[in-house]
Each structure stands twice: as C-alpha cells, then as structure tokens.
Design a protein around this ligand. Structure first.
Ligand SMILES: *Cc1c(COP(=O)(O)O)cnc(C)c1O
Length: 358
C-alpha cells in the first residue's frame, strides 16, 4: 500500500442523480452528457450505470470518446457534439454514432453518405440561437428551410440548441434564445427538440422541450447555483497526511510565504496538490475536512502537497496515512470552485492521473 490521493466515485449517487434529473425533466427524455471522460469522473464506469438507470441517449465531445464508449452501451444512442468531419463519416457509420451536425457543409457530407449507403442516416441538427460557438447560423437555417431536399434520405431526430447563461435565470439572453429556437422550429420539418443543459431545466416549462441534455447534475455539480442542490455528491477526493508538526516559533508556510504560522499551531502536510487537480486557486479560503473539523489551507497549494492548519485536531489523531477530505460531502465542489474563482466543471475535468480511483 502506498500513500496516495484517492478519488472515490459513488456510482449509486450518479444513478440517483440521473433519476432525479430525469424525473424533473419528464415527460421530456433525459440524455447524459459524458464528454471529457464524464467531466473527469470516469465515463467508462458511469455510462453503463446510467444506461441501467434508464438513460438511452449519450453525448460526448469527440468521435474518439464515442468509439471508446460504444461497446459499453451498445443499445444506446451515442452522439458526438463537436460536429462531423468529412474524414470521420465512415467511422460514424461503422460504429453507429449519430453526429450533431452544425452547418450545411456537414449536412452535405452526411447526405452523400446516406445516398451511398442506401440507408436513412440519423442526425441531430444543432442551430445557434445566441451562443455563437457551434450551430447552424440563422442564414444557414433559412437556406435549409428554402431547400428541404437537403434533408432527403436523412432521419432528422432532434433539432437542438445550447444556452449561454442558463445558470443565471435573470439573464435576458435565456428568453431571447428560447424565442429564436421557437422560430427555428417553425421553419424546419417536424422533429423532436432539445434546448437545455442541467441548468436550463430550471428556467421553466418552455425550456424543457423533448430532451434535456444533462452533465453537471449527474456529477453532483449544483445546476442552480446559490440555491439548495437537487443532486447529491458523487466524487470525493481524499489524500493522506504524510507529516505534521507543532510550530515552535512564528514562521511562514510554503511558496510565496503568504501564510504565517504562530507558536502552538499544528500544521499537517497532505499528499495532494495541483498536479492531482486540487488547483492552486483552491487554496483561496477553502478548508479540508478531517476528524470532524474543517481545517483551513495554510499557504499556497503546491504541486504535490497541501499544508493544513490542523490546530483544531488533537495531536493523537494526526498520524501519517490518515485520509483527509479535500472535495466531497463536507467540502462541496461548488463551494471549492467558487472560492477558486472557477466552476466545478473545471476542477473535475482536471482531476489528475495519479489519483487512485475507486
Ligand atoms: C456540455 C454540454 C451540455 C451539458 O451541460 P451541463 O451544464 O453539464 O448540464 C449540454 N449540451 C451541450 C451542447 C454541451 O456542450
């Protein structure tokens, strides 16, 4: 056994979060977004669990991610968000992957492939409504609306769009995007529709459409910042204490000497740092949890270590190998991320390769 940081993934909690989001989305379908290795949590482990919990549609970012997951969820619809590159068309067909098509050029590639193969190929059509990232532009939607033969031989499963600021319900862009989406729906042939991510679900009935695409909520990131979370903790990052000492005289701790320890303070060194995904900025105002106490981070987070002000813990409990919680039920990801001036998504996707995963 070695002393190393551990990431515990609670698969039952992820399944419960899926069922919770699906119940809130009903009667709309609830799809799972498992891109970037399920936000760093582990797509190979999670996807089959989510399928068992009832999920039938999965989104990834890249074709490579889709091909990795294909054999694990053979009966699910598996879709690639980043669009269709011409050279990747045969692989989409071979692996039964549904592209999210984001412009007319990609639509042309897919239609030619359908003709060549003599089968109706499925697609999701992504239309931009205000994100200005991926998606058919308003002009392209009009071109398509004037020439619907561009969809001949294809099975248009979903028309979708993506919201820019759904975690801020007061932002006027939400309603603008929803209105634009409704206008697009009128121009295109009837299909099913998908507009919202996890946060969009909470903007009201008009945002539910026929399919929710949820990622964050599944992994325990609160889709309603500032309000009680509807989902439970999935990922817990713990790391072992590797040393501790009682401070003899006033001295600073760690890089940059930004923290001053005073005599009588107990400092514990924990074996996890920014190389493990506990980002340097996570040191700002956060605490770790050990033996019933919240222990402030003392000084900068290093690459492989974090120092804690463990004065609250009696010395007999401070021993090498004891595991400290850095992220988890007592150190919620949303709080850690807020203090680090980022979002839980970024912290999870940066969890390091050195972690022992369970
Ligand atoms: C990542 C992504 C989602 C999932 O968003 P969450 O906020 O994690 O629920 C949904 N739709 C698209 C297009 C995405 O890129």
């Amino acid at each position: 056994m070695t002393l190393c940081p551990e990431l515990h993934i609670n698969l039952a909690a992820a399944a419960a979060n899926y069922r919770r989001m699906a119940a809130l989305a009903a009667p709309a379908e609830c799809a799972a977004v498992v891109k970037a290795d399920a936000y760093g949590i582990g797509a190979k482990q999670l996807a089959p669990v989510l399928f068992k919990a009832g999920c039938r549609t999965f989104f990834v970012a890249t074709l490579e991610e889709a091909i990795t997951l294909r054999p694990l969820i053979p009966d699910a619809t598996l879709s690639v968000l980043q669009g269709l590159w011409e050279k990747e068309v045969p692989l989409h067909i071979a692996h039964g992957i549904v592209p999210v098509i984001s412009n007319l050029e990609q639509l042309g590639h897919w239609q030619r492939a359908a003709k060549a193969s003599g089968t109706k190929l499925p697609l999701f059509l992504n239309c931009d409504t205000g994100m200005n990232r991926l998606g058919m532009t308003p002009r392209e939607v009009d071109t398509l609306a004037d020439d619907l033969a561009r969809l001949d031989g294809l099975d248009l499963r979903f028309v979708m769009s993506h919201l820019a600021c759904p975690e801020r319900p007061e932002h006027p862009l939400n309603e603008e995007q929803r209105t634009r989406f409704e206008a697009i729906k009128k121009k295109l042939p009837p299909a099913r529709y998908s507009l919202s991510n996890s946060s969009g679900l909470f903007l009201g009935a008009g945002y539910r459409q026929d399919m929710l695409r949820t990622g964050a909520g599944l992994y325990g990131i609160n889709p309603q910042p500032g309000q009680p979370s509807p989902v439970e903790c999935v990922a817990t990052l713990t790391a072992p204490i590797i040393a501790w000492h009682e401070v003899p005289d006033t001295h600073t701790v760690g890089y940059g000497a930004i923290f001053t320890a005073t005599p009588g303070m107990r400092l514990a060194v924990v074996a996890a740092g920014y190389a493990d995904g506990y980002m340097r900025a996570c040191g700002n105002g956060n605490t770790a949890f050990f033996a019933g106490h919240h222990l402030p981070i003392a000084g900068r987070v290093s690459m492989d270590m974090v120092t804690l002000d463990a004065t609250a813990v009696p010395p007999e409990k401070l021993r090498a190998g004891a595991m400290v919680e850095l992220i988890g039920p007592n150190c919620p990801i949303d709080q850690i991320a807020k203090n680090a001036n980022t979002i839980g998504y970024e912290i999870f996707t940066r969890l390091g390769s050195r972690l022992k995963r369970e």
